[in-house]
Design a protein around this ligand. Structure first.
Ligand code: 5AD
Ligand code: SF4
Ligand code: FES
Length: 372
């Protein structure tokens, strides 16, 4: 029978190998996988982690994803939208604290007014920052033209999780209507890449109905899509959502946590030079969850810079970490935590995914050759 160390020495992991690694139950084997992933991170990226400041712009959302606490039909949520002035203040804070970028995230809104507002906001942010300061968007599904307009205004990265790369499971966790169409999601992701963004996607781990084979397919999907960034985290049930009724199907929360670490570790081995986020959802389960994510191969942290008064209204899931803290409290806390595990925050670099930089260089050289 094949052993974990034999699999970890392979050049390329097959679907069977991935399934084997995801199914590990012994602590020794789990630890060996995590250790291997960390050594890959160290040799490709060093012991450096990037910081992005997360701004949760608005919890208004037109969608009704069955797992999400801020879905449109959840009438218990009080809806907010942060003003441009507040966003600029947060950006100043990020600059002062040597962040090299921010992430603008919001519930999904798509209309001409929203598109224009974001375009203008990007331009305002560009005006008060320096050229290498990166703006990442996580604003859901939009038209090709909108993605292009925001890119041309100065945003360089886009995150859109596929949530599950399997159409059947995707359909089980979303309402059955045009607004929640798997093929549209996929098309959006392709459009984001086509526009030229550094592209990030990811999945939730430990969903009801999800199998280990689904998760192996997810990892192969990320590799096939040749993504630059990944954000994957455990699914955490929320009482006021339709998916909650399937809570008895869920793995115990700590198993979901460990499975998430193994997903991160395997992805790091499969795609050594991409950026992988250690998500807040990990932290919400285990107090040192995000640090454990970094030790499993993740290299990006997204501390929440949303002004404190809005934080408790952006609860995608329950028991979310850091909702009672203000941005500066999280910053001090995070810097200490990263030091504690023997790593450093890379303040001076732009934090671009090495994968993206390399990918771009190769296509530039290719074009130059073609033209010469
Ligand atoms: N548990 C974990 N992650 C969730 N998200 C939404 N709801 C939940 C939940 N209950 C994630 C989705 C979405 C991202 C912004 O938050 O993956 O893309
Ligand atoms: Fe809206 Fe995103 Fe939540 Fe879906 S996951 S309901 S699109 S905020
Ligand atoms: Fe938010 Fe520690 S990172 S309180």
């Amino acid at each position: 029978m094949i052993t974990v160390s034999e699999i970890l020495n392979k050049q390329e992991l097959s679907k069977e190998d991935i399934i084997y690694l995801l199914s590990i139950t012994s602590k020794e084997e789990h630890d060996a996988l995590i250790k291997k992933a960390y050594s890959v991170k160290e040799s490709y990226l060093g012991k450096n982690d990037y910081l992005r400041g997360l701004i949760e712009l608005s919890n208004q959302c037109k969608k009704n994803c069955l797992y999400c606490g801020i879905r449109a039909e959840n009438s218990k949520v009080s809806r907010y939208s942060i003003s441009d002035e507040e966003v600029l203040q947060v950006t100043e804070f990020a600059l002062k604290n040597k962040f090299t970028g921010i992430v603008l995230q919001s519930g999904e809104q798509s209309n001409a007014h929203f598109t224009k507002r974001i375009t203008e906001l990007i331009i305002k942010i560009k005006k008060i920052t320096y050229p290498e300061f990166r703006i990442t968007l996580s604003l859901g599904e939009q038209s090709f033209e909108t993605y292009k307009e925001w890119f041309d205004a100065g945003a360089q990265r886009y995150l859109l999780r596929i949530e599950s790369s399997g159409e059947e499971l995707y359909n089980k966790i979303h309402p059955d209507n045009e607004l929640h169409d798997y093929k549209t999601r996929l098309q959006c992701l392709e459009n984001i890449q086509k526009v030229g963004y550094q592209t990030g996607t990811g999945v939730m781990i430990g969903l009801p109905f999800q199998t280990i084979e689904n998760l192996a397919d997810d990892l192969l999907f990320l590799k096939k899509m040749n993504i630059d960034m990944a954000g994957m985290g455990p699914y955490i049930e929320h009482t006021d959502t339709p998916l909650y009724k399937h809570k008895d199907l869920l793995l115990p929360i700590l198993e979901r946590f460990n499975l998430s670490l193994r997903m991160i570790a395997i992805l790091r081995i499969m795609m050594p030079d991409i950026n992988i986020v250690s998500t807040t959802a990990l932290q919400s389960i285990v107090p040192m969850g995000r640090e454990r994510g970094l030790k499993a191969g993740a290299n990006v942290l997204m501390p929440n810079l949303t002004p404190g008064k809005y934080r408790s209204s952006y609860l995608l899931y329950e028991n979310k970490a850091c909702i009672d803290e203000e941005a500066d409290e999280c910053l001090d806390c995070l810097a200490n935590r990263v030091k504690m595990i023997g790593e450093e925050i890379a303040y001076s670099e732009d934090g671009d995914s090495k994968h993206f930089t390399l990918r771009n260089r190769i296509s530039l050289e290719f074009n130059e050759k073609r033209l010469s």
